[in-house]
Design a protein around this ligand. Structure first.
Ligand SMILES: [Zn+2]
Ligand SMILES: [Zn+2]
Length: 210
């Protein structure tokens, strides 16, 4: 949400202009990721790429159910504080699609946190941008707090899908220190904890419930 204050400086330091930003790739539409999206889109003139199931989040019109209703209440307050402006997706993408950025970025649909939550995988660099699939801090990696997950029963399947990519590096959206190989190790540990120690009877079927 603070990007509005430091992004122009970062872009300038990299020797770039706002117009050099070719696309805005959204992992999902939660307010902490999309709070300044309208500004960013205008400032950079870049199109917003996102999964179609995130459109309602960006409109501020997603109806949360269950425990995640608390997330909806918090976002409602946050939108008012930030004078949030709804944004439309310029270009929708789908699972498995290869986006023509950074030498090719594959869209990896990882639902659970939100319905259209996606990661982006660079095969060339074996690097996964994992969005909010998990958070990585020094005391260990963990799933996002329950109130922030729209469909938590889909998360184990998404963890397994990300693990199957066998990334060498992982960059989550919420972390302590910028060290993609640590995050990969923490992700592996989290997968072992959640996926490998499950009661076999509790494994979700390969057809995730919707
Ligand atoms: Zn989120
Ligand atoms: Zn987040």
């Amino acid at each position: 949400v603070g990007e509005r204050h430091w992004l122009p400086g970062l872009v300038k330091r990299a020797g770039l202009k706002p117009q050099d930003i070719k696309a805005i790739l959204l992992t999902h539409g939660h307010l902490d990721h999309a709070g300044n999206l309208a500004w960013l889109r205008e400032w950079s003139q870049a199109p917003v790429y996102a999964h179609p199931l995130e459109a309602l989040h960006l409109q501020g019109a997603y109806s949360y159910t269950g425990t995640a209703r608390i997330c909806g209440l918090l976002e409602g307050l946050g939108r008012r504080m930030l004078d949030y402006r709804p944004v439309s997706i310029d270009r929708i993408f789908e699972d498995g699609e290869e986006l023509p950025f950074w030498g090719g970025l594959q869209v990896v649909h990882l639902p659970g946190h939100t319905d259209g939550h996606c990661g982006f995988y660079s095969k060339k660099r074996r690097l996964l941008f994992s969005g909010d699939l998990f958070a990585s801090f020094f005391y260990g990696a963990g799933l996002p707090p329950v109130i922030f997950n729209s469909n938590p029963h889909l998360i184990p399947t998404s963890l397994e899908k990300a693990r199957q990519l066998r990334p060498g590096w992982v960059i989550p959206n919420h972390y302590d220190i910028f060290n993609p190989s640590w995050h990969r190790k923490r992700f592996d540990r989290l997968c072992r904890k959640i996926l490998d120690q499950r009661d076999p009877g509790a494994r979700p079927s390969h057809q995730p419930r919707r």
